[in-house]
Ligand binder design. Sequence first.
Ligand code: 6R9
Length: 571
Amino acid sequence: MDVKRIPAKKGDYNLQNYEEMCETFSWDDMKRNFTWNETGKVNMAHEAIDRHAQDPNKKNQTALIYSAPNREEKLTFGQLSEQSNKFANVLKKYDVTKGDRVFLFMPRSPEFYVAFFGILKTGAIAGPLFEAFMEQAVRDRLQDSEAKILITTPELLERVPQEDLPALEKIILVGESDAGSARYINYHSEMQTASANFAIEWVDLEDGMLLHYTSGSTGKPKGVYHVHNAMIQHYATGEWVLDLKEDDVYWCTADPGWVTGTSYGIFAPWLHGNTNVVRGGRFSPEDWYGTLDTHNVTVWYTAPTALRMLVSAGEAVVNKFDLSSLRHIMSVGEPLNPEVVTWGLKAFDLRIHDTWWMTETGAQLIVNLPSEEIRPGSMGKPIPGIKATIVDNEGNEIPPNQMGNLAIKEGWPAMMRAVWNNPSKYESYFVNGWYVSGDSAYKDEDGYFWFQGRLDDVINTAGERVGPFEVESKLLEHAAVAEAGVIGKPHPERGEIIKAFITLNDGYEKSDELLEDIRQFVKTGLSAHAAPREMEVRDSIPKTRSGKIMRRLLKSWELGLPTGDTSTLEE
Ligand code: 6R9
């Protein structure tokens, strides 16, 4: 096979001796970077924020550059430490203790980051929710986690089905509101009177830190549970993969409602004491190039859909900006097309480094390192300390160049430790000592991994993971819909779009208005990114004899592919 190769530029990278490190590195070596290595007691908020605030040379360094169309604000490590202390005191006042779940449902803002670290300082488990979630998505997550406190804004409050959430004791509102309820607390007035001193809750490495809900092909979203120990890998990958140096200005474009926005939008850069840019508002090419230019971003972590949109915006736009400070670019979340890598060489004079990992893995596992050759289209090679392979259905390793299930030897530092309330789901990820990802891939003779697709029905639209079951369930709640089957349909810019096949109940006639009404119903009930972009009314939806929707068959029909084994089809 003819594979293009882009050699590494010579440079002073943090990780130079990849091959040697793969032989010699052990995760225990990385622990020596942390002071808790002696005590065993730890808190991510201390390592990421307070430690720098206590260092006279770093205290006044800008930790957060927040920039949005209507607001610009900077916080130093000292300020972030003090304000998160205050917020921890607010939570303590309302009886938050170690292990409680405290959720955040709000747009990116300085208050989000203050509250996030305040939560961790109390030893509670933080649960960030994507701001675009609508009522059903919010309900599922807050019910399953039995969140005790929710931090949200008055604007988002109407999407919180309070009557269905008996465990929810208080709602902290960020922003002015005249809504009255014994449950409501005002963020700003509480912060004004709260003490700036807080005795941080020291926890064990294996104590809970974070719950990220994510989608599978069946059932409701699952709460992926992460512990403080993950910091070892966030730190390591911040050093090797993000290649962070003292003076770097770093920007990760992901929202903290998704795992990239916490592991790499919060933990990795701040564990390294870097200045971290957060951009609010919506994507536009001018806005994003402008952010890189204005803040002199040096290290940038983004996603293929955004990059593809920048490609289509054309050269005239990129040429308007001075991007000369940029020295390192990475991508994650979906397959990175080789053409985009080629475009990156031209537009930025830089390689774009693809990285692979998942909500469940907590941190990067397979990556392109700045010091290693890139083979466009490949996700790269495992980081030191990680053993990755391709397995068959029984969990046996298979030879190079054969497609199978991408698997990781279990036991890396940032690995999820549980699926909330769902031990059997957690167990199901592990076969024969391997964590089995559900991504199909192959490994070439030189150890580069090549992504091929999902082995289940999980949809990846613009880098966001959507479970077809959730969308189908929402569709079925619409009065007109009798049956629904939902698939991901390949799309040049967004990777996949959501296509729904439905049958109508008696008394309903197919019309553009009806279909638009159904689409809006999903959009306003679940979330915009989960709303089907295409819909097709059919006479029936193919099902197995046991009543399972055959999404694979719908997909084959849609793409004009052979339908394969249909022996379980109902009729
Ligand atoms: C971090 C994150 C995980 C799924 C994963 C895979 C897809 C992620 C990828 C990639 C091709 C890459 N994915 N990185 N596919 N190339 N470099 O995205 O987590 O939201 O849980 O999604 O995304 O299918 O299994 P998450």
